[in-house]
Design a protein around this ligand. Structure first.
Ligand code: OAD
Length: 230
């Protein structure tokens, strides 16, 4: 089976009702990153950070995967599919994708502030001050904040290197190291970029831009790839 890797960003979840970060009215228009998504923010105002992620988590319990997530699952009929997502939602998993790697953490998980390997899954939306891990330290969102390292990038690089086909969906490709993953694709493999605002990606020769929303662009591309693959 050919290896098909999909790199997704906030745009794939937009039609489920989750805001992107940098579009008009995006999350970073309405919140200052350094006040809600950085280690300093956590030091200065834990409640503000908890409130920000509690709101995101609450919303996640209310939304559903859309056609973009669902059609990516169909690729598994004929390809060895690996999804690498910058998203912290679980909509790929809920749509049924088997292999999902989260680069920037997961909203429904929380972790110890004393030992980052102690991670729990929340089955409710609210993380409070005073909620502690088994070592007795405050729990924090299991999210990669600005200024923190992205440990999962080490797993993502060899996956991208081994791709026979790469699909990029709904990302502005401006946040590193995630955006740099594209530089690890093998020479001349087909790369598809589905995003209404997609721009050319430097140094990618075999690039097809599909300037559409995920909800229509993904089904079209998936149908085409499945019918070409006997
Ligand atoms: P951005 O908000 O930067 O970009 C979202 C992209 O989705 C844009 O290129 C839009 O054109 C596109 N888009 C909007 N609606 C779409 C739709 N219906 N279908 C397809 N595409 C659509 O979000 P990301 O690139 O995901 O990190 O941002 C990367 C990281 O920056 C996030 O993971 C987050 C953020 O700060 C952390 O919080 C660590």
């Amino acid at each position: 089976m050919k290896k098909l890797v999909v790199l997704t960003g906030a745009g794939i979840s937009a039609e489920s009702g989750i805001s992107t970060f940098r579009d008009g009215n995006g999350l970073w228009q309405n919140h200052r990153i350094e006040e809600v998504a950085s280690p300093l923010a956590w030091e200065n105002n834990q409640q503000l950070v908890l409130d920000f992620y509690n709101q995101r988590r609450k919303q996640l319990f209310e939304v559903e995967p859309n056609n973009g997530h669902k059609w990516l699952v169909k690729l598994e009929e004929k390809f060895d599919v690996q999804i690498i997502t910058q998203n912290v939602d679980d909509l790929h998993e809920r749509a049924g994708s088997s292999n999902v790697l989260h680069l920037h953490g997961e909203l429904k998980k929380v972790r110890s502030t004393k030992n980052s390997n102690i991670i729990y899954t929340l089955n409710h939306w609210e993380l409070k001050q005073g909620d502690k891990c088994e070592l007795g330290s405050q729990l924090r969102p299991h999210i990669v904040w600005f200024g923190e390292s992205v440990p999962m990038i080490e797993m993502a690089i060899p996956i991208v290197t081994s791709a026979d086909i790469l699909i990029v969906v709904g990302t502005s490709m401006v946040v590193y190291p995630a955006a740099g993953l594209i530089n690890f694709v093998a020479n001349n493999i087909p790369v598809y970029y589905i995003d209404p605002n997609a721009n050319k990606i430097k140094n990618i020769s075999n690039l097809t831009i599909i300037a559409e929303k995920a909800g229509t662009g993904v089904p079209k591309l998936v149908s085409q790839l499945l019918s070409n693959q006997r």
